[in-house]
Design a protein around this ligand. Sequence first.
Ligand code: PLP
Length: 394
Amino acid sequence: MTIAALDQAFVLSSYGRNSTSFVEGNGAKLYDDNGKEYIDFASGIGVSSVGHGNPVLTEAICAQAKALIHTSNLQVIAPQAELAEQIVTLSGYDMRCFFGNSGAEANEAAIKIVRKYGETQFEKKRYKVITLEHSFHGRTITTVKATGQDSFHTPHFSPYPDGFSYVSKIDAVYEAIDAETVAVMIELVQGEGGVQPFEKEEIQHLAKTLKERGILLIVDEVQTGVYRTGAFLASNLYGIEPDVITLAKGLAGGVPIGVAMTSLKEIFEPGDHGSTFGGNFLSTRAGLAVLEVLTEEKESGAIAEKIALFDSHLSSIMEKYPALFSSSVGLGLMLGLRAVSSEVQQSVLKKTFEAGLIVLKAGRNTVRFLPPLTISKEEINEGFKRFEKAISTL
Ligand code: PLP
């Protein structure tokens, strides 16, 4: 049986997959089982933050695997403690971390944190969380319910947990707050929802108003975090101080990890929450290696240069192809081109893949770019050469 046939026979079809199978990667290049080369402008989906085969990451993983992969969370885990310290220091916030294995788990932990706060801090329990339309917060029953897109709330999986409501824009949050509201949860740049950043002023006003009204702010930085938008956290760029922040995707460069960090430093007591694998030696050692690589990239100015190069390519494409794209969106290296229709979006995705370039789909007809943050200028230029070759046939 071929690998594609094995996949079809034995793996549940929850993904719309094509039959390509990658076997190797190097930097921002991937190779499939026919030896075809692709430039990776996707990083999985925003995960391979230091590219493929990064020597600092792979050597750290190999050394840690030889020493110790896993113990339970009933003992202290040295790289977990060190990674928590680094994340908190880089964030600039006075917080503590809980480690899980994915973005959805990080958001589950965030929801538990605010619910415990709402249960313990007020005479009348507060438990409701307001989220935004077009948001995406995960696939567990609770985080899918937190996701502000009706298409995800199919009856197949009902009943969903209570306590989530959605608003169409930031301004509408204020009226949606009631006596049982405990928190507002937002992505500062809605990734799956179309790489759409919110305005800095409206977010600063929201953060200030929520503080005044005693409502917590959860910022889901699963996609925007760990330098994706140019700063360590998008919250840093927006100049706000959230109560809870979640991270995952790029933090360990492809080793599963998730973090919920909060300024409510005493919220959990032993037994309140846990995860068998969360924060184990392997994933947190990988996280430390990723931060070593990316802080160097940030401090040397390399990330800023790549952002500028990507922006200049996207501007030139916008100028040359107004019949295909209506606007360019995003922040840092979390970027998108809005296609004029879903048909154009589909054709761009298909043609670019054929041309040896991986880009992603996002909501609102967006063609999304989430390249490794260590991508070289040559790889960026080659990727756009392939992009233009692909779209010039449309
Ligand atoms: N939150 C955001 C903003 C995301 O983009 C995603 C994944 O795309 C998630 C949460 C869920 O993360 P995971 O798939 O790791 O559970």
